[in-house]
Design a protein around this ligand. Structure first.
Ligand SMILES: N[C@@H](CCC[C@H](N)C(=O)O)C(=O)O
Length: 301
């Protein structure tokens, strides 16, 4: 029997192996510093994850307050290095799975506030979760394209905005991107003033592609939902498909190292992504390991 003082509750979850530490903080009592997030996400000395999902009531956060009428819950997303990101597509599926798992809602359709606006998530009969990802942004002019570099190799890349930034490069072989230990070079830097996620894409068949991704703030990951949607839209345009102009939905299968996502760009321009969302563990953080002051955890008392 443990006599350790009760620590802060956390969960661990993943969507196509994009894995997250989930920190329930309904009243917004916590304010995790970048250093605390990086410690939590550390794969050797921490819980481990590609990012952190802090679950807060929208009306308890300044950035969520304007969304509170539409979305009770706000996903405060942080990358593994502690940096803040606007959106996380796999994260929204896992966030919704947490709300259902914790009994915070039993509605199969939930709205989730994010820094990129409100996203919805729907529980499917087969256990998957579909997320309404909003419309893709395709900047024009000098921001429309960039050059991505890994070692001696260079590729043209399309700028796709899914609430967060992506540079999508079609390559001959995913192995050409190398081990992706460092962030690929992206030029001109002015095209991405806040940095970018980079996707490398190959074809697998008609309307079927596979990707590798280097995530801003997290490194190479096994999946990226916003990245997969950016890839789907880039592949559709390359294939001459524009659902809004055609008046016809386009659906692609996008394989990621950690599984498979099915993505539709609808004739009204909205992008929908379906994939798995899994809660794998629940526990509590040992207060002697993570100084509560680092989380400003009034909840630890
Ligand atoms: N893995 C996420 C994206 C997380 C944020 C990203 N690294 C960024 O900084 O924009 C996803 O599933 O979309």
């Amino acid at each position: 029997m443990s006599t350790a003082p009760a620590g802060l509750p956390f969960l661990k979850g993943h969507g196509t192996e994009n894995d997250f530490v989930i920190l329930p903080d309904p009243d917004g009592a916590l304010a995790p510093t970048p250093a605390a997030v990086a410690r939590l996400c550390d794969r050797r000395a921490g819980v481990g994850g590609d990012g952190l999902l802090r679950v807060v009531r929208s009306d308890a956060l300044p950035e969520g307050r304007t969304l509170a009428d539409e979305a009770t819950w706000f996903m405060d997303y942080r990358n593994a290095d502690g940096s803040v990101a606007e959106m996380c597509g796999n994260g929204v599926r896992v966030f919704a799975r947490f709300l259902w798992h914790a009994g915070l809602t039993d509605d199969p359709m939930v709205a989730v506030g994010t820094r990129a606006g409100v996203r919805w998530a729907r529980r499917e009969a087969d256990g998957g979760v579909t997320v309404g990802m909003g419309r893709a942004g395709l900047p024009s002019g000098r921001e429309a394209t960039a050059t991505v570099t890994v070692g001696e190799r260079h590729w043209p890349a399309l700028h796709v905005d899914m609430g967060n930034p992506h540079a999508v490069a079609f390559v001959e072989d995913l192995a050409h991107a190398g081990p992706l230990l460092d962030a690929p070079g992206v030029a001109p830097a002015a095209a991405y003033p806040h940095g970018t996620n980079v996707e490398f894409v190959v074809d697998r068949g008609p309307a079927h592609v596979a990707l590798r991704v280097h995530e801003r703030g997290s490194g190479e990951t096994r999946s990226c939902g916003t990245g997969a949607c950016a890839v789907m839209v880039a592949a559709a345009r390359r294939d001459g498909r524009d659902p809004v102009a055609d008046g016809r939905d386009a659906t692609y299968t996008v394989d990621v190292p950690g599984g498979r996502l099915v993505i539709t760009e609808r004739a009204d321009g909205e992008v929908e992504m379906t994939g798995p969302a899994v809660i794998v563990a629940e526990g509590s953080l040992d207060p002697s390991w993570l100084d509560p002051a680092e989380l400003r955890a009034t909840a630890l008392g």
